[in-house]
Ligand binder design. Structure first.
Ligand SMILES: [Fe+2]
Ligand SMILES: [Fe+2]
Length: 164
């Protein structure tokens, strides 16, 4: 089966520049699998993809969770649980790779495609709406840097949902 490469669209923007950059990187990682449909479990491509995912799970989740905490995002615990589930699945795929399970490339592709559709384009999008509601960004087209966001976050009243 030949799949078409994915491309970034402004509709995917969560409103925070650095987070968008990290999501774009994730799309490039998925495209690596699409561009190399015949990669085996022991291929260089699979090893690169797993390395990129480890980096994504480390850097991206940390920044995203810090930002969500800063802005008093009410669904933070749920969001963190989703990230934790991703990390656990990644560990499972890494273990499957170590024992050379042939289906790893397709397992990886389905895992990442599902993550893009159900997490990045749905769960992550919900905090963009929250940023707009809080007037941190004024429209779905505006982008804020994470540094400016931390400054804006400090002047926000405490969220009624945040635990003190
Ligand atoms: Fe994200
Ligand atoms: Fe997320």
């Amino acid at each position: 089966m030949i799949l078409e490469k994915m491309s970034w669209s402004s509709e995917f923007s969560v409103g925070v520049e650095k987070l968008d950059d990290q999501h774009k990187k994730m799309i490039r990682t998925i495209n690596k699998l699409i561009e190399n449909p015949d990669s085996s479990v022991d291929s260089e491509v699979v090893s690169e993809v797993l390395n990129e995912l480890r980096q994504y799970a480390c850097e991206h989740f940390e920044l995203e969770e810090t930002i969500l905490e800063e802005i008093g995002y009410p669904d933070l615990e749920c969001h963190k649980a989703e990230h934790k589930a991703f990390r656990e699945k990644l560990v499972a795929v890494c273990s499957a790779t170590t024992v050379h399970i042939n289906d790893v490339p397709s397992i990886l592709f389905n895992f990442l495609n599902d993550w893009l559709v159900n997490h990045i384009l749905q769960d992550d999008m919900k905090y963009r709406s929250f940023l707009i509601d809080k007037n941190i960004i004024t429209s779905s087209k505006q982008l804020i840097s994470h540094k400016d966001l931390f400054i804006a976050g400090e002047s926000l009243p405490p969220s009624p949902h945040s635990k003190s």
